[in-house]
Design a protein around this ligand. Structure first.
Ligand code: PGA
Length: 263
């Protein structure tokens, strides 16, 4: 099974970065690169996930770009709708602010902020019911990989959400496989290992939904221009979730270009 006809996604996860002035410059530089050498929308979906208070500013700045750039929320509340939940932003409020995409289940949320299975599941359910598209992150730790449990852990993380996804909602889900040991470490999974895991994920998805064949499965973990082409060449790697390298306009552009040209 291969997902090579899927339009790739390249999404920059800015995490808790950068200062507003730097974000402005980063966006301007990225827009200029797109102006000089356009990347067609049909060749690659592109998104950036800034800090929550910058979502609308970033969205505004991308309005005059020569193509759509999605502004992606890094997280959302497990509470739905509106109400007395200090500090929270629900799926409905994101949607009301014209934010249509959200990351869910990033390992930093799971590990540092206690997003357990119940919380992740509630976030997925709320996001999908509000009509958002989600980028659902999965990935194993180094310990789990060394114990030979990588596949089982990742497939379980997919199974964790199946009970809250309605059949017609699967096409609003993008999967991001991010081995935890590769995030921010400079270590990337080899293209062979990444492809093997992506193929397993696709096999698992196809058992759950007919949509599985068409779903984008992104790789994340120290993706940079130097390894993007090799990763893009793998049949079941349909894009990248990029952390560190997305804070540099040229690096992020080159990664998007690698996927747009290879797929
Ligand atoms: P990285 O982060 O590219 O800096 O490894 C990826 C991510 O956490 O999404």
């Amino acid at each position: 099974m291969s997902g090579s006809t899927i339009t790739p996604w390249v999404v920059g996860n800015w995490k808790m970065n950068p200062m507003q002035s730097n974000a402005k410059q980063l966006i301007e530089e990225f827009k200029q690169l797109l102006q000089q050498h356009p990347i067609l929308e049909g060749a690659c979906h592109i998104g950036v996930a800034p800090i929550s208070v910058a979502l609308q500013n970033v969205q505004q700045q991308f309005l005059d770009t020569n193509r759509v750039i999605y502004t992606v929320a890094q997280d959302l509340s497990r509470m739905a709708g509106t109400g007395a939940y200090t500090g929270e932003v629900s799926a409905e409020l994101l949607k009301d602010s014209h934010i249509e995409h959200v990351l869910i289940g990033h390992s930093e949320r799971r590990e540092i902020f206690g997003d357990n299975v119940e919380i992740v599941r509630a976030k997925v359910e709320n996001a999908l019911n509000a009509g958002l598209t989600i980028i659902y992150c999965v990935g194993e730790s180094l310990e789990q990989r060394e114990a030979g449990q990588a596949e089982q852990v990742v497939l379980q993380q997919i199974c964790d959400i199946t009970s809250v996804v309605k059949p017609e909602q699967w096409h609003h889900i993008v999967i991001a496989y991010e081995p935890i040991w590769a995030i921010g470490t400079g270590k990337t999974a080899s293209p062979e290992d990444a492809q093997a895991m992506h193929a397993k994920i696709r096999e698992g998805l196809c058992q759950i939904t007919a949509e599985g064949e068409h779903m984008a499965i992104l790789y994340g973990g120290s993706v940079k221009p130097e390894n993007a082409v090799e990763l893009a060449n793998c049949p079941d790697i349909n894009g990248a979730l990029v952390g560190g390298a997305s804070l540099n306009a040229e690096s992020f552009y080159k990664i998007a270009q690698a996927f747009a040209n290879t797929k």
